[in-house]
Design a protein around this ligand. Sequence first.
Ligand code: DAH
Length: 346
Amino acid sequence: MIEQLEELRSKALADLGQVDDAKRLEDWRVTYLGKRSALNQALRGLATLDASDRRVVGQIGNDVKRLLEAEFVARQSQIDRKTREFELVRERLDVTLPGRPLPVGQVHPITKVVGEIVEAFHGLGYDIVEGPEVETDKYNFALLNIPAEHPARDRWDTFYVKTDGVPIGQHLLRTHTSPMQVRVMERSRPPIRVVVPGRCYRYEATDATHESEFTQIEGLAVDEHLTFADLKGTLTAFAHAVFGAERRTRFRVDFFPFVEPGAEMAIDCHVCHGAGCRLCKHTGWLEIMGAGMVHPRVLEGVGYDSSTYTGFAFGMGAERIAMLKYGIDDIRTFYANDLRFLRQFR
Ligand code: DAH
């Protein structure tokens, strides 16, 4: 009887080792611990033994029973855990779920507009160059015919930069990209055709149309026989490329120290086509840039003979162009980093 019980125990444990799902575990329980199991029958048969045998065999039988019950519970929790883990994995791997969109980046709207502008000039044979954001008084002002103490300087509220060994007032954050006119002329000979995109800085209060950091695109063409007609033709081609082939242009006199004559260029409003609307403040025209024939003093300043060479220059604000193009009424939106705004410019 004792041998039988021991055999039963090893068989039950060996079988349990093979059980790996809930259904087979239940079968095992019925077989080894159920009412009609061999173990239960053996325990019921104890009554037929004499008292001392009954005690010994009963003890062993109960030990076997408790052991199998404990093993059953352990196996059950193992299987439960496995089932739960499997279900979790299955949930994670639900192949019917729509894919998660990858966060795709995009260029900033100003970068995009700068790209369109320089691309328009590139198509006209212009090179694209960049220059330093920390400039000297000489390039930002003096060689552009804006002498010290000249009231025209007040147009460019300036951030000055402290540099050891350099007198205050010499180093500054460029207030426009025009200094690159001079740098380009110094290092090359005509014919010159360049556009210069870049960051500029002005010490002034921020409002809907002013930022202390902004982007300009400067342009310069120098050659023999360039006239104001070349300026008009070039800038009109640019306006057509960026604002539409049907745009009309208007040039009116304006003053900038580095050009003579100087002009302000406008296009007819592309929203109302000249009829008058909110964007053009009911004038029908949008001013898009300053321009002019390079001042002879600027040419002479870099050693060019102004009786041989003439040129024209222009400068525009990328933020302003973007605002007019897309009908945006506050420049600060470009740098507030609100993704709902920025995502509209894919
Ligand atoms: N540098 C001028 C500004 O910041 C813009 C400008 C006007 C540039 C006329 C030019 C020009 O080259 O000819 O306001």
